[in-house]
Design a protein around this ligand. Sequence first.
Ligand SMILES: [Zn+2]
Length: 258
Amino acid sequence: MKDILLVLSVTALAFLYSCGQEEKQQQYPYTPEYLEYTTETTLPMTSVVPETTALNPETPINLMTTSVGSGLASDTSTSDTSSSSLSEQSVTTVAVQTEVIKGVSADNYNAEDMAKYFKENNAPHFGEYVIRTTKDDSNLGKDDSYTSKVSFRVESVKYNKNDPYDGSVEVYRTLEDADEQYKYYRNMYRNKPVYSEYLFKKDRMLIRMKFDVDASDEEIYENLMTEFFEKLHSVICPKCGEIIPDDSIYCKFCGTRQ
Ligand SMILES: [Zn+2]
């Protein structure tokens, strides 16, 4: 019985190893197998755009470019470059949706997007939240103040009807405005320690939370905030659907070039 098990497990290992090898080959971006796959799935050659356009962050859909050695692609019907030499490079494009978080981009996010992200990702004890308007918040949109704000309840903190919310998310128009406000809060905590609270900043966003929130919970909120911004600065791989950070050239799951 033991012998049979041994034989079976050796066979299984050999099989897994061979699968791994195949996968490795497919992952390498310039193998012929890979090119066949990409040329099948790329858009017609008429949609060729220069790489600079593809990398422009203001382009609403990110056009992914893949450099294809024309000699290798010459046996596919979509290629019209079969007569050109191997050294010439043709560029094919793949349209990719950049919205890793639906409807939210690095340019258009607001405080409620962060609140929704906390809720959807089970931030600890995250309770109800209110979106501030100019009716209940005179600072909103004023001068260099925040342009959107959400106040939220953290259920682990004892409810105080005079001060019912335990955290807030503020989004500013510019990085400078957010920096200025960050310094202002820091100064205030130094001068009036009784007002001290957790304060963290990323991009144009500030989050404040009462010290009554558990430190371990606060850390999770901070990590979710970091994750939120990582996602805003990522794109979706056109081939496998995984997330590619915008500072990576290749998808780490399938090798597709960004
Ligand atoms: Zn991929």
